[in-house]
Structure formats: structure tokens, C-alpha cells
Write a protein that binds this ligand. Structure first.
Ligand code: TRP
Length: 322
């Protein structure tokens, strides 16, 4: 049986953080032996909201470098920049001709982001169509998605099924898979929200490249409560999050009983032991950006034959002359 094909996407709108490592990167790295995975940096999706060219360029390269530093092996897992495989955008247009305006405008993420005020880019509306193109282009079986991308994955399946029914079998229909990581990593300053790349202040985010001192301070300031009980409990979201991070980073529960101060020291050490090797390897790789760019170029080359075949099939199905 052919190995399962997976696509994991990262949007370069901010620095990769502990939540990305535990929820997406580690599962990607662990799956390298038993899946055919692709790691994609969705730089085109990072342009669907107001963006700064210099920052986009820097973040795309940084994310690629962090993926390598964390252990993504480009010999087994092509690392690609979305914009460097032009077939993504070609398929995007073809799929726009198979997607309803109503479908796109009903997406929760579009509604939320367009309600936030300020000018709205047309690409924000077509965001999920580009995401469908990313997935369908590479004949993907499984897409690890967090809750926020569930609806986009469902739309991808709808588009693929409808296209296949109307124009003949063209696309493999993907499944969404939940990241295997047990804990959802929440923001340390606001444990009601998920740790995110672009949360306003970022006060409760642990970026993978944060220096040890910054990590220590972020954990020390983490929100806890007055209950003085180290346990996972719905009434204690902050403490639950810290205990979860500790478990994910060390595979252990906190030594019991401990004070919140002691818990925070354990958590700091646990995070440091996980990120220190990534930070060190990143520093080496960042010294030679040309090497990282070469890896991206090779990744694009590796996925291109299949991408071209998908585009050719789609064009033919739609009635375009070959
Ligand atoms: N939209 C995804 C996110 O914000 C990133 C992404 C773009 C993606 N294309 C994808 C994820 C294809 C999975 C598959 O996280």
C-alpha cells in the first residue's frame, strides 16, 4: 500500500512558537518514517491581510530555518514555499471557477477577519480556495488541522467531491486529522485563548527562538490562580496549561506536591530543554541562508512533477485546450 500523503502548512505571519512545535512540528517530524509528508510555508496566505514585504520575506526564511532546526528532514519531507510552486496559484484560479461566492463568504474566518474593520483584500475571501488548491495539488490524503482550519478543510472536501462528480474523477479527497498532541497549548498570559503567532501583545507566547531569559520571564509571569493546587482542572486553566506544557515537554507530571513557584521553575527548565537544541541548530543554519534557500528550491523541484500532473488533469477536465 502506498504511504499516506500528508500536508502540514505554516503561515508566516509571526514567529513559530511552542504551540506550533508541540501541535504541528513534532507530529510532522514523528510522521516522517511512515508518511509521505510535505511541509509548506504558506507565504501567499500571509498576504491576505495587510502585510509588510520585508517582514514577510524574513519570516518565510526564518520558518523554513526553524523547521530544519527542529528536525524536519528535507530528504524525506520536502519543505516548500507556496509561492515558489506556481501550480498552487494556477490551480487556485481553476478552483475559483468551481467554488460559490456564497460558500466563500460564509467562512467563519472570513467573517471574523473582515468584520475587524479596515480595508479587506479580495484574497481574504478566496483564502480557502487557495488552501484547497494547496491540498488538492499534491494528492494529499491527510491534513493535520486545528479547529480554526476545520471549516476550510471541509470546504476543500466539498469542492473536490463536487468537481469529481461534475467533471470526472480528478482530485483525491483529503481527510482532516487532529494533531496527535494531547494538550492544547494556551497563551500563558491569557489561558482562555490558544497560543498564537499573532496574538496582540504576545505577552504569553513562547517563541521557539526566544532567549532563555525571555522564556524564564514569560513563564514567571504566567497567569495562575489563588487555589494553590497543582493539578489539571477546568477551574484552573492557567495551572492546567502549565502542567500540560510540562507533560508535553518532559513526558512527566510535576513532582508532587509543589508550589506554583516550583511548578514554574520546572516548566521553565522543561521548555528550555526542548528549545535549546532548536535554538542552537537555528543559529548554525541562519549563518548560511543560501543553503536554506537551496533546500527550498530542491523541495519545489521534488513536488513539481505531481503538481504539474494535477494541473494538467484539472485543465483537461474543465475543457481547456492542452
Ligand atoms: N491556513 C493555514 C493556517 O492558517 C495554513 C495553510 C495554508 C494550510 N495552506 C494550507 C494548512 C494547506 C494545511 C494545508 O494555519
Amino acid at each position: 500500500m502506498a504511504p499516506t500523503r500528508r500536508l502540514t502548512g505554516f503561515k508566516p505571519t509571526g514567529h513559530l512558537h511552542l504551540g506550533n512545535l508541540l501541535g504541528a512540528l513534532r507530529p510532522l517530524i514523528a510522521a516522517q518514517d511512515h508518511t509521505e509528508s510535505i511541509a509548506m510555508i504558506a507565504d501567499l496566505h500571509a498576504m491576505t491581510m495587510d502585510h509588510e514585504p520585508g517582514r514577510l520575506r524574513a519570516l518565510a526564511l526564518e520558518q523554513a530555518t526553524v523547521l530544519l532546526a527542529a528536525g524536519v528532514d528535507p530528504a524525506r519531507t520536502p519543505i516548500i514555499l507556496q509561492s515558489q510552486v506556481a501550480e498552487h496559484t494556477e490551480l487556485h484560479y481553476l478552483l475559483e471557477c468551481a467554488t460559490g461566492f456564497g460558500e466563500a463568504s460564509r467562512m467563519i474566518q472570513f467573517k471574523e477577519k473582515s468584520a475587524a474593520g479596515g480595508p479587506i483584500r479580495l484574497s481574504l475571501l478566496t483564502y480557502p480556495v487557495l488552501m484547497a488548491a494547496d491540498i488538492l495539488l499534491h494528492d494529499i490524503d491527510e491534513v493535520p488541522v486545528g479547529e480554526d482550519q476545520n471549516q476550510h478543510l471541509e470546504l476543500t472536501r466539498t469542492i473536490a467531491n463536487r468537481f469529481n462528480a461534475r467533471y470526472g474523477p480528478t482530485f483525491r479527497v483529503p481527510e482532516g486529522v487532529r494533531p496527535e498532541s494531547a494538550a492544547r497549548i494556551m497563551d500563558l498570559a491569557d489561558p482562555a485563548v490558544k497560543m498564537g503567532k499573532s496574538n496582540a501583545a504576545g505577552a504569553g507566547r513562547i517563541a521557539l527562538l526566544d532567549p532563555p531569559e525571555v522564556i524564564r520571564r514569560t513563564v514567571a509571569r504566567a497567569v495562575t490562580d489563588e487555589l494553590a493546587q497543582v493539578r489539571r482542572h477546568p477551574d484552573q486553566p492557567g495551572v492546567t496549561n502549565l502542567v500540560g506544557i510540562l507533560a508535553e515537554c518532559t513526558g512527566q507530571q510535576p513532582s508532587d506536591p509543589v508550589s506554583y513557584g516550583a511548578l514554574k521553575r520546572e516548566v521553565t527548565d522543561a521548555i528550555e530543554s526542548v528549545v535549546a537544541p532548536i535554538r542552537a541548530r537555528h543559529a548554525e543554519l541562519a549563518d548560511d541562508p543560501a543553503h536554506v534557500r537551496e533546500i527550498l528550491a530542491k523541495g519545489a523541484e521534488a513536488v513539481r512533477p505531481r503538481a504539474r500532473a494535477t494541473v494538467r488533469r484539472t485543465r483537461a477536465a474543465l475543457g481547456l485546450l492542452q
